[in-house]
Write a protein that binds this ligand. Sequence first.
Ligand code: ADP
Length: 434
Amino acid sequence: MRRSIALACSSAKIMSLASKSDEEIIQQVRSKKIAFYGLEQALAPDYDRAIRIRREIVKTDMCPSTASKHPLDTLPYQNYNWERVVGQCCENILGYVPVPVGIAGPLMMDGKEVALPMATTEGALVASTHRGARAINLSGGCRTALLKEGMTRAPVVEVDSFEEAIAVCRFCEDNFEMLKAAFESTTRFGKLRSIKCAMAGREVHMRFSAFTGDAMGMNMITKGCDKALGVLKEHIPSIRVLSLSGNFCTDKKPSAVNWIEGRGKSVVAEAVIKKDVVEKVLKCTVDNIVKLNVSKNLRGSALAGSIGGFNAHAANVVAAMYIATGQDPAQVVESSTCMTSIDKVGEDMLLSVTMPSIEVGAVGGGTGLPSQRAMLELMGCAGANAESPGENSRQIARVVAGAVMCGELSLMAGHAAGHLLSAHMKLNRKPSGP
Ligand code: ADP
């Protein structure tokens, strides 16, 4: 009864707002009767109108411009699926930034062709990745293996004594099954694999690692951790949870723990590039690339004190694919850690990439937006895999590793042949306009 009254009241309120003019609604925002951030909710389901009104407020009150055309007039906002964005992907919406998307490949990977969609504004990147795919295909393709899988979240708890901190670590070891059951009671897909405890004074940092199906898994694992901590607190009541995310996870920051232990999907990919392909397609020699790989990707990165940066430009390819497919672009930080290995085998070149922390999902976050989902469909791994949950997100990770290998091959060959600058000048510096 109370619920139906509340519903009737809120739909009456929406009706009355819908009948008001834009100017009246702007006045209500100015007088704080409607929150600036609450326009979508106030005018739902007419999100275009909510956004149009916010743009007007921004133009007049926040960012007035003396130009004949306000900068916001260039930002598109219509014909977008805002119902998929509101409450999930973005707040205080103004519009969307169109990013060009190119396609590299297809790459012959694990016996089948896969497309490599890339969203980027860096000229030469797609062309270079495409050239790498061609060289790999002409040499018989590449193969990948997923060695480990587990999204991580590390809450930090505090206790009052050294003994209690040790007790927390022991409890997690001795009662893993109990914590696992609590964790898994919150999710259909999440499966807790391990908890790694690290003590720092009277704090315990607990790195939970879980299988998260086709989701990248951050939301899923955070819910599971919260529940498991509730059970831990029942047994050790003195614990204080300082944060559900205490940075030992590590999310969106450089860290050795992800590089060594892995986060998300740990993937390796390998291809043998034939000598004549190296010479004809990549225009350099096997010996030159092998030598350059040691100088640049190993020695240079060692001198730089790099963590997981033993590669030429993995982040370029990871970022472009993440943006195209609705992954979390901030996770490029750890997802692009990569060691590129290049050796001579006989006369040919053995190329491989080792990528321990590829964080991707086929459901959740931006992957459900129509354009991003369409790119996942091109790759053949959109949405939840009904037969084998997790298989789609694993395939995305494999494709990312395969694409990174294409990018590494082409750029290393470009460096070895001294083509880097000329390719960039040709593809990056085209004069615009007449
Ligand atoms: P994340 O955990 O990556 O932040 P969300 O929690 O936002 O992602 O989205 C995952 C949602 O998708 C969950 O509600 C989950 O129950 C649902 N889901 C449906 N099918 C699957 C699947 N095959 N694997 C993982 N999650 C799935």
